[in-house]
Design a protein around this ligand. Structure first.
Ligand code: ADP
Length: 495
C-alpha cells in the first residue's frame, strides 16, 4: 500500500496520475474527449465520455506502473468546476449532456434575475455573481427545459452533481452522493458563510433541495470504489475543484499567500484565512479548502486568455511553430516600440467582466513585426495578472504587496513571460519544482487523510522552488507601462 491515485478530470481531457510514498509522480495516463457545441456559446460533454475516460485512464496508469489495485491507498479527485450533470437515481442515466462551465446559454436567465433585483442576495450568500459560468442557472435551465425533469426531481428521482460528485457516485456504484465544499461553493446554490445549501436561492431557481449532494470536507471519507471497477475497493479520501487543488498543491495555507495558474486562461487565488472577503472589485469570494468542518476562504480572479494568446500566435497569426518559440521571438523585439495587445478575444474576465468587447492592438508603427506581436502577447498576460492583484489589494488591504506569487501551469515554462510578470507586478514570482500542482493537491488530500502523507505544516515544508524571478523594472517605468495598459483596456471597452 504505497501509492495515491489522483484523478484530474479537466475540460478537454481526463488524467490519472500515480504518486508514490514520497509524493513523486510515478506514472500518468491521459485521454481527450469530444467537445460538443450544439449552438453558439453552448458547450456540452457526454457524461459517458467523462466517466469512460476516467475509468480507462485509471486502469491504464495502474497497469503502466505494474501495480496492483491493492498497492493504492486512496484516490483523490480534482475536476473542472461548475459543470452540471443531472442523472436518474435508480438507473444512473443522465437526463441530458453535461453543461460545461464555459456555456453561456443561461445569460438570459441571469439577466432576468438581475433585473428582478436578486443579485445582491445571491452575491451575499454565495460570494459569486449572477453569471452563466456558475452551476445554478444551468441546473435551472435543465429543470425548465428537459421534459418532466422538475417533477421527477421533486419526486426525488433525480440527482444533481458537479463532475466530482458524478464521479464519486459512479465510482462507488451509486452508494455515495456527495461533493466537497470547494465544488459546492461554485454552484451558486451554496451559502459559503453558513456552510449549507441556500434554501432561498434554491427556491428562487426552482431547485428541489433533495436533489443536491451531501457537502463534505476536502479530506474526508467519500466512500469506496465498487470492487468490480478495479478488482478491489479503493477509498476516495480527497476532493477539490481544480483551482483550489492547485492552491493546495502550492501549499498556499497562510492568509496572504497566493497562486496563479497559467493554462489556457489564468486563475489567481488569494488565501484570506477565516474571513470571507466581500469583493468591491468584482472578484469572487470562494472556499479555498475546508478541513474539520472549517472553511478557509479565498478571493479569486480569472482571465479568459493567458496561454491561449500564445496559441493565437501559433494558430491564428502563424508567426511561431510551437509555444516555446514565443520566447526568442519576444526577446528579439525592438525595445523602443510600445505595442499593447488587449486579448479580449471572448470579452474580458475579472475585474472587468465585459462579455461584449473584443480584442485590440495599440501602438503599431511601420517597424512593427512578428517580434513585437509576440512580446505584446506575452506582456498581456502579466498586465492582466496585475489587474487581478490590484483588485485583490483594493479588496483586502491587509495583503502584503511584497508577498511572493507562486505560479504553475503550462505557460510558466516561459522564462521571459515570468520575468515580465515579476517586473510588472513588482513582486517576486516563484516557480515550483513540481508544476503538476493540481494533481498534487488532490493526491495530498487523499494521502494525508489516509495517513500516508504529512499533515498541512509538513506538506508545506516539502514545497520547493525551482526558480525565483525578481522584479528588475524601475518603479516609474513599471507605472508608465501599466498606465498605458489601463488606457488600452479603457479604449478597448469603449470601442
Ligand atoms: P490547460 O490545462 O488549460 O490545457 P496547460 O497548463 O497545459 O493548460 O498549459 C497550456 C498553455 O500554455 C497553452 O495555452 C500554451 O499556449 C501555453 N504554453 C505552453 N508552453 C509555453 C511556452 N513555453 N511559452 C508560452 N506559452 C506556453
Amino acid at each position: 500500500m504505497t501509492h495515491i491515485l489522483a484523478i484530474d478530470q479537466g475540460t478537454t481531457s481526463s488524467r490519472a496520475i500515480l504518486f508514490d510514498r514520497q509524493m513523486r509522480i510515478r506514472d500518468s495516463a491521459q485521454e481527450e474527449f469530444t467537445q460538443h457545441f450544439p449552438a453558439s456559446g453552448w458547450v456540452e460533454h457526454e457524461p459517458d465520455d467523462i466517466w469512460g475516460s476516467v475509468v480507462r485512464t485509471c486502469r491504464s496508469v495502474i497497469e503502466k506502473a505494474s501495480l496492483q489495485p491493492s498497492d493504492i491507498v486512496a484516490i483523490g479527485i480534482t475536476n473542472q468546476r461548475e459543470t452540471v450533470i443531472v442523472w436518474d437515481k435508480e438507473t444512473g442515466e443522465p437526463i441530458h449532456r453535461a453543461i460545461v462551465w464555459q456555456d453561456r446559454r443561461t445569460s438570459g436567465i441571469c439577466e432576468e434575475l438581475r433585473e428582478a433585483g436578486h443579485e445582491a442576495l445571491v452575491s451575499e450568500k454565495t460570494g459569486l455573481l449572477l453569471d452563466p459560468y456558475f452551476s445554478g442557472t444551468k441546473l435551472k435551465w435543465l429543470l425548465d427545459t428537459v421534459e418532466g425533469a422538475r417533477e421527477r426531481a421533486e419526486a426525488g428521482e433525480l440527482l444533481f452533481g458537479t463532475v466530482d460528485c458524478f464521479l464519486i457516485w459512479k465510482l462507488t456504484g451509486g452508494k455515495v452522493h456527495a461533493t466537497d465544499a470547494t465544488n459546492a461553493a461554485r454552484t451558486l446554490l451554496y451559502d459559503i458563510h453558513k456552510g449549507g445549501w441556500s434554501l432561498s436561492i434554491c427556491k428562487l431557481l426552482g431547485v428541489p433541495v433533495e436533489m443536491l449532494p451531501d457537502v463534505r470536507d476536502c479530506a474526508a471519507d467519500f466512500g469506496e470504489t465498487d470492487p468490480a471497477l478495479f478488482g478491489e475497493s479503493i477509498p476516495i479520501l480527497g476532493v477539490a475543484g481544480d483551482q483550489q487543488a492547485a492552491t493546495i498543491g502550492q501549499a498556499c495555507f497562510e492568509p496572504g499567500m497566493f497562486k496563479s495558474t497559467y493554462g489556457t486562461g489564468c486563475f489567481a487565488l488569494l488565501n484570506t484565512g477565516d474571513t470571507p472577503v466581500r469583493s468591491k472589485n468584482r472578484l469572487l469570494t470562494t472556499i479555498a479548502y475546508q478541513f474539520n468542518g472549517k472553511p478557509t476562504y479565498a478571493l479569486e480572479g480569472s482571465v479568459y486568455i493567458a496561454g491561449a494568446v500564445v496559441q493565437w500566435l501559433r494558430d491564428g497569426l502563424k508567426i511561431i511553430k510551437s509555444a516555446p518559440d514565443s520566447l526568442p521571438l519576444a526577446q528579439s523585439a525592438d525595445p523602443e516600440q510600445n505595442v499593447i495587445l488587449v486579448p479580449a478575444f471572448t470579452g474580458l474576465g475579472a475585474p472587468y467582466w465585459n462579455a461584449e468587447c473584443r480584442g485590440a492592438i495599440f501602438g503599431l508603427t511601420r517597424n512593427t513585426g512578428p517580434a513585437e506581436f509576440a512580446k505584446a502577447a506575452l506582456e498581456s498576460v502579466g498586465f492582466q495578472t496585475r489587474d487581478l492583484l490590484e483588485a485583490m489589494e483594493a479588496d483586502w488591504p491587509e495583503r502584503d504587496p511584497n508577498s511572493v506569487l507562486r505560479v504553475d501551469g503550462g505557460m510558466t515554462a516561459n522564462d521571459w513571460a515570468m520575468q515580465f510578470l515579476s517586473d510588472i507586478i513588482g513582486a517576486s514570482v516563484d516557480r515550483p519544482e513540481i508544476l503538476e500542482t493540481t494533481a498534487l493537491g488532490a493526491a495530498w488530500l487523499a494521502g494525508m487523510e489516509a495517513g500516508l502523507y504529512p499533515d498541512r505544516a509538513g506538506f508545506a515544508k516539502t514545497w520547493s522552488r525551482e526558480r525565483r524571478f525578481e522584479p528588475s523594472l524601475e518603479d516609474t517605468h513599471r507605472d508608465e507601462k501599466y498606465a498605458a495598459w489601463k488606457r488600452a483596456v479603457a479604449a478597448t471597452i469603449s470601442a
